[in-house]
Design a protein around this ligand. Structure first.
Ligand code: GDP
Length: 363
């Protein structure tokens, strides 16, 4: 991947996509194509086709598709599954048809079986039942990996899959109901501090374990595997930073300065009891994480204070419902996506006549 290659980060407005764009720029890659707001609507095949035909990317990082925390997975499994299936079904074949040199598809650690041996090795994929709270999303991510593998097998395409640990950082979804544990708890802790609450409620037992990776480190790992990994099995992208949810919550209240106590709401699901990745293959490539957990939490919190609270534009993603509305309206070109990116709404909406509800989220 030379510095003048045309690189498309699909999902440039997501946590991982935004970090990839920052990192690629920093490393001197100058031809980043389809950056927001010029990214096509990835749920519309014709938009993707037109974009690839005109821009002809040589390298594609596929970091797009709706994602969210355990709450969103529980409430909107259909939206999450359909959005991720559509993105994969549109972008991966386009990479084949337009002769992309290499594609890195980003899967999810939710795709591992609920009771996979820890840390999870890629050999465990498809070897057992999935965690029910994220089954729909996880199945879509498995389909994306398998589609990459099928193109490799049938056509010899250089399509690889990376499976990240739980990522966090700037551009995350900081809404308390939909976000992953770190951004959601940050917002909730901030609010509890403002309101002078004595107690902060954390979902679940607090004993579940997660491996976390700061978005900038993950972007770096993605670039490393784009340069140096080529195999049909996915490669795990973990940092080795494994904490219980109780430990994470304690760190967050410390960073935010919440003076009260923690309380665990055991009526809320824990999800997978353990989720840590065996990233030895990545480490053998010479990659190491650079950001200590505490420093990563502090910069994430600063970003939240500055961008989400002050500017109110924390994060907006296109949902499947918007894609359907676009099809109905016959639009969905770049300017319309740009309009959406600048729209701010935290209200859920339901398109009459459609069975798919969704929300345009802006924390
Ligand atoms: P997961 O890694 O796919 O399970 O996704 P999450 O990041 O949503 O959740 C991780 C763990 O954090 C689960 O055990 C949750 O019960 C726990 N948790 C505690 N408080 C929260 C919260 O406010 N939001 C979320 N999303 N998870 C929370």
């Amino acid at each position: 991947m030379n510095r003048s290659a045309r690189i498309f980060v699909a999902g440039g407005q997501t946590l991982i996509g935004a970090a990839l764009l920052r990192r690629l720029r920093l490393l001197g890659y100058t031809r980043l194509v389809g950056e927001p707001p010029f990214e096509p609507n990835l749920c519309r095949a014709e938009d993707v086709e037109e974009f690839f035909a005109s821009v002809r990317p040589e390298y594609v990082f596929l970091a797009a598709g709706l994602s969210g925390g355990i709450g969103l997975n529980w409430r909107q499994p259909a939206d999450l599954m359909l959005d991720n299936l559509l993105v994969a079904a549109n972008v991966i074949p386009a990479c084949h048809r337009f002769g992309v040199t290499k594609l890195l598809y980003l899967g999810s650690s939710c795709s591992y079986p609920k009771h996979a041996p820890q840390p999870m090795a890629v050999e465990s994929l498809l070897a057992g039942a999935l965690e029910p709270t994220s089954e729909a999303y996880a199945t879509a991510k498995l389909a994306g990996w398998k589609l990459c593998q099928a193109f490799r097998q049938q056509y010899g395409d250089c399509f690889i899959t990376g499976i990240p640990a739980n990522a966090f950082g700037p551009h995350d979804d900081f809404s308390s109901e939909n976000g992953h544990v770190i951004p959601a708890l940050m917002r909730r802790t901030y609010q509890a501090t403002q309101d002078g609450d004595a107690v902060l409620t954390v979902w679940g037992s607090g004993t579940a374990c997660r491996e976390f990776i700061y978005a900038d480190d993950l972007a770096d790992a993605c670039i490393t595997v784009m340069r140096h990994y080529n195999g049909e099995m996915p490669i795990n992208l973990g940092s080795g930073m494994v904490l219980t949810i109780a430990e994470v919550a304690k760190e967050i209240i410390d960073v935010v300065g919440f003076p009260g106590k923690l309380e665990f709401d055991r009526s809320q699901p824990d999800g997978m009891p353990w989720k840590a990745l065996d990233s030895s293959a990545l480490f053998r490539l010479g990659w190491r994480p650079k950001t200590p957990f505490r420093a990563a939490l502090v910069s994430t919190y600063q970003w939240f204070l500055h961008h989400v609270l002050k500017e109110g534009n924390g994060h907006v993603r296109a949902t499947i419902s918007e894609a359907l509305s676009d099809s109905a309206g016959g639009g969905g070109d770049c300017p319309r996506l740009s309009e959406r990116l600048h729209q701010k709404s935290d209200s859920s909406f339901h398109r009459p006549g459609s069975s798919v509800g969704g929300s345009l989220r802006s924390a």
